[in-house]
Design a protein around this ligand. Structure first.
Ligand code: NDP
Length: 337
């Protein structure tokens, strides 16, 4: 029998600090008949990503803010269950960005077909999708890793950080990851082959980092901001590169108290000739094909590995999103419907 409603999660209220369950509300809307040129998609996988926290605020973030009552943004992997569009057949699996919802009616704009035989389709949201590509373009365009250099990456066990570290290993770097907790440290060292892995909650982080980077830091991949950048800055070598990818420690912090005074940061940038450059993956769509080609080969050859944190049930999306921001998920955070 045809499904009768579309369920979605909308922004019910704006978070004051870290998001809480009351910031989200599930709403139902009747599912209308398809018009000509439309398809009905059923969601299989919902991706939960840190940028969504920025979208919950009214002010500018690196993605647009959303209005109260509007659906939370997200990329989805879905399957076509009804079609009145000649390009799309029932059973096609696609990636698209309709937001937190279980069904979507669309004319197909912005949809990309996936080949389930070449890789598990969930990877289109992780290692072969936006997070993997973020790592790829930031390394290629800004970090430019060279053999023998030392790269440090924060939020290292997540989908962006773990990919950054593994590509840097392929490029011949010494790689030091910073993540929360012993399980994540072990994973980075024992399963991904990082040279060292540190815990950002360790009160002796500055000393541990200096020990792990005896020749200083040539590339610092910034995913977090705050205290980690504080301990990294003194260790940066002349001509170090700092791709500023994300600042997850600051997203829920409206009044940050940590941070080097602007003048001392500027002095370090000048005297060490640092390259500190922000970037947003969406600006680099022309590199998507090169990324998917190269990453597919690395995956096939076992040179890059990935990990997914999967929860079943659409209703769990808010709690898993909150858990992801707290570091309580491990790997690419996904909800399976
Ligand atoms: P993750 O799935 O790794 O989730 C974020 C992780 O950050 C948490 O799990 C937690 O891991 C860590 N974290 C949270 N708060 C803190 C804190 N206060 N101090 C230290 N670590 C913290 O995220 P992604 O891999 O998807 O994304 C990583 C970064 O990249 C984010 O900042 C994101 O916004 C950014 N990004 C940027 C893009 C761009 O185009 N510029 C595109 C995609 C992502 P732990 O257990 O280690 O503490």
């Amino acid at each position: 029998m045809r499904h009768r409603v579309i369920r979605s999660f909308v922004l019910a209220s704006r978070p004051q600090g870290a998001p809480v369950p009351d910031n989200f509300r599930m709403v139902e809307a009747p599912l209308s008949e398809l018009g000509g040129g439309q398809v009905l998609l059923q969601t299989l996988w919902l991706s939960l990503d840190p940028y969504m926290r920025g979208s919950m605020d009214p002010g500018p973030s690196y993605t647009p803010g959303i209005e109260l009552g509007r659906p939370m943004p997200a990329e989805l992997v879905s399957t076509v269950v009804e079609t009145r569009h000649s390009d799309w057949q029932v059973g096609d699996v696609v990636v698209h960005d309709a937001g937190w919802q279980d069904y979507t009616i669309t004319d197909g704009t912005g949809m990309r077909r996936l080949d389930a035989r070449s890789a598990p389709v969930s990877t289109a949201l992780g290692i072969l999708g936006m997070p993997g590509m973020t790592a790829f373009v930031g390394l290629a365009n800004i970090a430019e890793p060279k053999p023998g250099e030392t790269l440090v990456v924060a939020a290292a066990a997540g989908p962006v950080g773990s990919t950054v570290g593994q590509i840097a290993k392929i490029k011949g770097c010494r790689v030091v990851g910073i993540a929360g907790g012993e399980r994540k440290r072990q994973y980075l060292r024992d399963e991904l082959g990082f040279d060292a892995a540190l815990d950002h909650r360790d009160s002796g982080l500055a000393e541990r980092l200096a020990e792990a980077c005896p020749h200083g830091i040539d590339i610092y991949w910034e995913n977090v901001g705050g205290r980690i950048f504080e301990v990294v800055l003194p260790l940066l070598n002349p001509f170090a590169r700092v791709p500023v990818c994300g600042l997850v420690a600051l997203y829920s912090d409206s009044n940050p108290t940590i941070g080097p005074a602007t003048q001392s940061l500027m002095r370090a940038m000048l005297t060490k000739r640092l390259r500190i450059e922000g970037f947003i993956v969406d600006d680099h769509s022309e590199q998507a094909e090169a990324f998917r080609g190269e990453m597919s080969v690395w995956l096939r050859d076992g040179r890059v590995r990935y990990r997914e944190d999967i929860t079943d049930g659409f209703e769990h999306a808010p709690s898993r999103f909150i858990a992801m921001l707290r570091g309580e998920t491990f790997g690419k955070t996904l909800v399976r419907l």
